[in-house]
Design a protein around this ligand. Sequence first.
Ligand code: ZN
Length: 308
Amino acid sequence: MSPEDVSPKDVNRELRELHELAAKQTALGEIRGAPAADPVNAPMIRHWLAAMGDENPIYLDRGLAPPAMAQVWTMQGPQDRQKDASPVDDLLTALNAAGYTGVVATNCEQTYHRYARIGEVLTPATRFTSLAGPKKTALGEGYFATWTVTWYADGEEPVAEMMFRVLKFRPREKRRPYPLKPAVNQDTAFFWDGVERGELRIQSCADCGALRHPPGPMCPDCRSAARSHVVASGDGVLYSYVVHHHPPVPGRETPFVVAVVELPEGVRIVGNVVDCPPEEVGIGMSLRVTYRSMDDDVILPMWAPRES
Ligand code: ZN
């Protein structure tokens, strides 16, 4: 589902439900997880120091764990995660279900109360603290979820805590290329350059000023090959149309309306009528040009009912 398919009502309900769930999870307070499978131990510390390139002898000499290892002792495998749910899991599941499937960690702040000692068994406890959103971000729209994990030594004394924040975002859908690229050549390039700028350009004769559309190499009035263009007002009136039902057209959903639109400037142009059910389209209706992006490259001028 793309964001355009979601009605404001659905968005409000989703927002309310997510924030209600967040309030519920926050109210749960701190939830204890399973104790670490192994006590703080020298082999793990030795591997960690080697991996980090930390040559400080204090840890192994005095039987202390580097504070930044806090998370290491209680890190779970996928199976453990099933049986040891935290107050965060339900919320992440709800965000996934609402389409916010992307995840990126945005903040991590650790606070150390004291060193964990070799032989101590650490137990994590998780507290959900806040949900903020939806917010528009460069990655897409999403929610910031924040929680805190505190590690307790032998059940009681806090050793370290970590505030963790993630952005759960709705990934932007990669758009498939629109298969019917307009033919752009030296006669028509000015028109498509205009479309990119939101201008509806009509070719004009540089000698007699007559307008012509579609563009061509020579003025049908005075036979001059000197060309220019004007920018049309963007208004139009439906001159004629058909409703295309069949055959299927790549990149398009049927039915769609193909219209001949008469411009007040005096030329006619072919284009689709959009934002209007085909059965409500009628000859003589007032239209206004609109620019629709068909994929990451192609923009097509189309026609929408003029708002009165
Ligand atoms: Zn001319």
